[in-house]
Design a protein around this ligand. Sequence first.
Ligand code: ATP
Ligand code: MG
Length: 380
Amino acid sequence: MIVIHYSEIGLKGKNRSFFERKLVDNIGVALKGLQYESIERGHKKVVISAEADKDKQEFRKRLKLIPGISYLFFAVTSELDIEEMKKHLLKLSESYQPCRFAVDTKRSNKRFPFTSVEVNRILGEVLNQRGWPVDLTNPEITFSVELAEKEAYLYAERIQGPGGLPVGSAGRLVALLSGGIDSPVAAYRMLRRGSSIIYLHFYNFTQVTNITKDKVRRIVQILQRYQPQAKLYMVPFEEIQRAIIAVVPSKYRMIVYRRVMFEIANLVAGQVGASGLVTGDSLGQVASQTLENLNVIYKRAKHPVFAPLIGYDKQEIVDMAKQIGTYETSILPYSDCCSLFIDRHPETKADLESIEQIESGLKIEEQVKGALESAEIISV
Ligand code: ATP
Ligand code: MG
């Protein structure tokens, strides 16, 4: 039996079953190919009936990544009877060497005749008599007991999940993915808040070989562990860039590149029914991310722009990238098209009026249309 607890979904009141169903659906997709009897919604939890030890590592590996899960454990199930529970605890303890221990009981079933403190003491005694020293302040192992409605669960190891909300419970967003360190982390932060994400990458094909193109696909593959299905739009940017370079002074190109990316992102959002954009911006990190420039860039977006890393330091972002598993791929060499033909001293205090003035000489409707039409849509 695998018992899964969620955190925030528990606070959802009347909408709870909607979130619970999403979580159950996502768990079902993530466990594809593994054997289990059922996934059921229990009282503030999800219970998977599966053979205790079969594919345990694989279940664990997949489940611990699913947004919405607070923690989970592989449970020994017992009748709601204290003598039975003693037997099960003894059996469970046989997998471990005696060491300093504690018993920690959670009593969701208020009809159970003993309080949680009493259960801790009664069960603790059983192990204590067999030479296990009790240590409530700094135990080496904690045997947890959960008194549910119809049965009790016993376990020794709690597996932490990512928390957050189930993917698909909070709308759909288009994430602009550059191939760098930041944007995959930004996409992940929004996935974890329950958004389902469509990925969008712009590349300059004179710069990009198949190997480097594959890098972005690999990043999406890593992010796909957290979301059942993922789609990646690869949009060629070369012609647009050429048109921009012909008209826009190098100092302003970065800003215009990014504004045009947003213009195309608006169109993609329309196609896929998304109602927001995600970027990896972090305030002041590079020239394109000063407050003035972000203001001018974001003005081009039709939907709200979410930049969940805006208040994080680079090192914090790097740590998150390592944690979610994208870092190693993100640091592979790759030339982001944004860095092409830009000034060594780009504008850091753009104002909308001058940028619009410069852009008025830019006729790229055809190129924008063409880029979108020749976009490669990859199902990852
Ligand atoms: P990252 O680490 O995400 O590449 P960065 O610090 O290099 O970010 P910029 O290059 O200024 O910063 O890019 C800022 C944001 O613009 C990125 O996080 C991403 O959301 C978007 N972006 C930049 N280049 C591209 C691209 N080629 N395709 C799609 N989005 C891009
Ligand atoms: Mg970048």
